[in-house]
Design a protein around this ligand. Structure first.
Ligand SMILES: [Fe+2]
Ligand SMILES: [Fe+2]
Length: 477
């Protein structure tokens, strides 16, 4: 195991794959199936493009990436774990203080497999959701960015499949095959989690998705990076370095759309959405509705507010809290409580429950804090133009299908209302078919002239890897 990645083998890796012939053969058998999936479900019509991509060359924090033109099917997908930490221990739960496990403890086998499969399933799902977007890109810069996100999600699938093959025997190999068989949005064989079966029909949805939903990925990976099962912890640590770029794409993408609209509103003294749309840009109200949608479906990904599964994952040392080792408490949580919210007699009320059972809700709250500061950064872009409009996160009970709020009708400002009242106003809160049609009408074709950007989005502040904005980030051949 070294920091540097072996690119001589058919499967790039830093886990000395060549020493385990059986495993290597199993993965070499899975590889063509993966390529078949990429050709079918990867970005449409993209297979012959030369894309200015970064490829991992080392897992050490300095200089892990190398930039060059790559045809995506030739991207060096592989298996990269951060190096082991000497004497690492299980840092929480009843096994706290044991040496971290290098093999799967028999009694936790099915729980760990389930955690890995659930995480792994999201990775190809997002590639499937985004596969048509290259046809309507707002610039070569943005096209390159979505392709970078896509190949890295493909690699995250590799990361989880490595764990399944290496540590879970025949069951693991079967799960690895199923990961290539489910399809986002498929009626008969959908992806496991709800948000990963929603369409990502346009670039505003893509940027919202990478801001909100990839960030759920960050929080899930962060808590798996605390796992007592050391190979899982190490592979998640490396995935997190890639995830940061996906969230950057989302935050700056939405920020640039916000900027373009707000600047135009200030310049032309526009207020109502129709007059904004007349200039061919996306009104801030529509952006708020997209935000409400992506935020609420992403909150559901954290699971039920009260969860005995989450409690046992924690107690057994399989999945920690966000930044577990930095939290100052006993890391066992048997005597503490945590507030969750529920609807009682038409009101939202807080209720203290055993902290162990509320770990999903706690992770969701950690996530909400980080998302809130991103929304504030968007609001600063608007404020700079003098336009009086603020984006806001809706109440966390808004539009929820999982947990204590499921089945209730909660407005963005946190009022419990009747179903009919909710239905009357839902079009003000969530994107309507007309909103989607309008946004898609702006994205009828792709913008591919180097240095050009679609009318509805501002250029970014800087290019990729210090290249100029008019760099040819993608060559179509
Ligand atoms: Fe990912
Ligand atoms: Fe991601």
């Amino acid at each position: 195991m070294t920091d540097n990645i072996n690119y001589i083998d058919r499967i790039p890796n830093n886990v000395d794959l060549g020493r385990d012939r059986v495993l290597q053969r199993a993965l070499e058998h899975w590889q063509p199936a993966y390529m078949g999936w990429w050709y079918d479900m990867g970005p449409t019509e993209s297979h012959n493009y030369d894309v200015y991509l970064r490829t991992a060359v080392s897992v050490d924090p300095e200089g892990w990436a190398q930039f060059d033109y790559v045809k995506m099917p030739e991207y060096r997908w592989g298996i990269f774990l951060v190096p082991p930490t000497a004497d690492r221990q299980v840092n929480f739960g009843v096994n706290k203080g044991q040496a971290a496990w290098q093999e799967v403890p028999g009694e936790y086998r099915s729980s760990l497999r389930r955690l890995i499969v659930t995480q792994g399933d999201t990775e190809p799902a997002s590639v499937e959701q985004q596969r048509m977007l290259g046809m309507s890109c707002p610039s070569l810069y943005d096209l390159r960015n979505i392709f970078q996100v896509n190949v890295e999600e493909g690699r995250h699938l590799w990361a989880m499949v490595y764990l399944l093959h290496r540590y879970f025997g025949r069951d693991g190999r079967e799960e690895a095959e199923s990961l290539l068989e489910r399809r986002s949005g498929d009626v008969d064989n959908p992806r496991i989690l709800g948000a990963f079966n929603e369409p990502t029909p346009d670039w505003l949805a893509f940027f919202m998705f990478t801001f909100f939903t990839d960030r759920d990925g960050k929080y899930q990976l962060s808590s798996l990076a605390e796992s007592g099962f050391d190979p899982l912890a190490r592979t998640c640590r490396f995935m997190l370095t890639e995830e940061a770029h996906h969230m950057f794409v989302g935050e700056t993408g939405v920020g640039r759309i916000v900027q373009r609209t707000a600047e135009l509103m200030a310049e032309q003294k526009l207020e109502d959405p129709d007059s904004v749309r007349a200039f061919g840009v996306i009104d801030l109200q529509t952006m708020q509705r997209y935000l409400n949608f992506h935020y609420s479906v992403t909150l559901d990904l954290f699971g039920s507010d009260i969860s005995s599964n989450a409690a046992s994952f924690y107690t057994n040392g399989l999945k920690g809290r966000f930044e577990e080792t930095r939290v100052k408490d006993d890391h066992v949580l048997s005597d503490t409580t945590y507030d969750v919210h529920e609807v009682a007699h038409g009101q939202i009320v807080a209720k203290g429950v055993p902290a162990l059972t509320a770990l999903n809700e706690r992770l969701r709250d950690d996530y909400i804090r980080e998302v809130q500061s991103g929304v504030e950064r968007w609001n600063r872009i608007i404020a700079k133009t003098g336009v009086a409009f603020r984006l806001a996160l809706p109440h966390k009970g808004f539009h929820r299908e999982i947990g204590n709020f499921a089945g209730h009708h909660i407005t963005p400002d946190g009022r419990v209302v009747s179903e009919s009242e909710w239905n009357d106003q839902a079009h003000e809160w969530l994107p309507s078919q007309a909103d989607y049609s309008y946004v898609q009408s702006l994205m009828a074709g792709r913008v591919v002239e180097p240095g050009k950007f679609a009318n509805w989005i501002a250029p970014p502040r800087a290019g990729i890897n210090n290249q100029p904005l008019n760099f040819e980030y993608v060559r179509f051949n």
